[in-house]
Design a protein around this ligand. Structure first.
Ligand code: G3I
Length: 369
């Protein structure tokens, strides 16, 4: 009898510790918001069990990093590439994840033919709208019921809150944003629809976005949330600026989502766009300081930064429905190639070997204790 009881206790303890070990990010924040990850094609169809276990164990929402952008899914007027999208939504269903579509209308990663006639001149508004309608109906329509939320329009505002002078805007004015949302609502009436942008923590930009989003809502156009991308650095933006952004979006009547979170730990070359591209940043001690491994000081800063940011998210979990990381591990982050190519960055929670960053996880666990 005693032997049986001891055996039972041992098994229970073993099971409990196994369960404990399996606690992933999504479990840490299960009472707060979805924890998402942006995936590339290799990760969506991965045969690497470590990759699959990482995705399954830590995330309950998925975003497509590139594969559903116009240039990839619809490169020619009559040709669609759905291999990625089909595998992506299948994975979403398999994991029972909240599956995001990104993005229907953007000024980047969109082919020139969308805006041009056969002579290369810009098409008129009617033609542009017809192409937009076909695209949205075909792509969002195909994944109706399988994608739960779409980034309908991405990055249409300047930092001062004015409209970006994209080809969309040049041809159709600001109405292209409304038209995109009208089409998305028709293509999948059940899907949530989002406007998504970076630097939403900047008041000037945010005010422009929110004024327009409120105008859309008042006109009866469906728009559910504003996505704050969350491409942050170690020192900037301030926590107050992030928090103000969350509160303002909520008070304007929209759900808040952190849609593309990462923390750049590398120094930004001054005026990155105008940076001297002849300079070899990959070999620069100053601009690529951790090419053989991150220093303990920088890792500690990263851990603290994530803890501080998540403390704000936790505080406002009644307003935030999802926090998505822009990439699975440091190995694949876009920040290894932005704002200049070929550096070694450390912006995410899993390192180049796909192992969790211990210090960051410990600090994050402290946030919800
Ligand atoms: O696939 C080609 C490959 O064939 C080629 O050899 C290689 C060399 O340049 O390029 C590869 O394409 C790259 C693609 O990512 C896939 O890796 C493009 O050059 C590169 O520009 C593209 O970058 C993507 C970027 O959007 C485009 O603007 C990033 O992966 C992606 O993370 C990034 O995501 C955006 C969000 O959609 C919107 N918000 C900002 C965010 C970060 O820029």
């Amino acid at each position: 009898m005693i032997k049986t009881t001891i055996l039972f206790l041992v098994i229970t303890l073993l099971l409990a510790s196994h369960k404990q070990k399996e606690k992933g990010l999504k479990d840490l924040f299960e009472d707060s918001f979805f924890i998402g990850v942006a995936l590339n094609g290799r990760q969506v169809s991965s045969e690497d069990s470590k990759v699959n276990a990482l995705i399954e164990g830590n995330f309950n929402s998925l975003s497509p990093e590139n594969g559903l952008k116009w240039a990839l899914v619809h490169p020619q007027p009559e040709s669609y590439h759905f291999e990625f999208g089909d595998a992506y939504v299948a994975l979403g269903e398999q994991l029972n994840a909240f599956t995001i579509g990104h993005c229907l209308v953007w000024h980047q990663q969109v082919p020139d033919w969308v805006f041009e006639d056969e002579t290369g001149a810009l098409v008129d508004k009617e033609e542009l709208y017809s192409r937009m309608r076909t695209h949205i109906q075909t792509v969002a329509g195909r994944y109706k019921g399988k994608i739960q939320g779409w980034d309908v329009v991405n990055e249409a505002f300047n930092e001062d809150g004015s409209f970006r002078e994209s080809k969309w805007f040049q041809i159709a004015g600001s109405d292209f944003i409304k038209e995109a949302f009208r089409n998305a609502a028709k293509a999948d009436p059940e899907a949530e629809l989002y406007y998504n942008d970076y630097n939403v923590w900047k008041a000037s930009k945010r005010n422009g976005i929110l004024d327009f989003a409120k105008e859309m809502k008042a006109e009866g156009i469906k728009i559910d949330a504003i996505g704050m991308q969350g491409h942050y650095q170690l020192e900037s933006p301030s926590l107050e600026e992030i928090e103000r952004g969350i509160i303002d979006i909520h008070e304007a009547g929209f759900k808040v989502m952190i849609t593309e979170l990462d923390v750049d730990v590398l120094p930004r070359p001054r005026s990155a766009e105008g940076a001297d591209l002849n300079m070899n940043f990959a070999n620069s001690e100053e601009y690529n300081p951790y090419k053989d491994g991150i220093s303990p000081e920088a890792e500690a800063k990263l851990a603290q930064r994530y803890a501080d940011i998540f403390a704000i998210f936790e505080k406002h979990k009644d307003k935030i429905t999802r926090v998505t990381f822009w990439g699975l591990s440091d190995r694949n982050s876009w920040l290894n190639n932005f704002p200049v190519r070929g550096r070694t960055n450390y912006p995410l929670l899993f390192d180049r070997n796909l192992d969790p960053k211990k210090e960051v996880f410990e600090k994050l666990a402290g946030v919800i204790r």
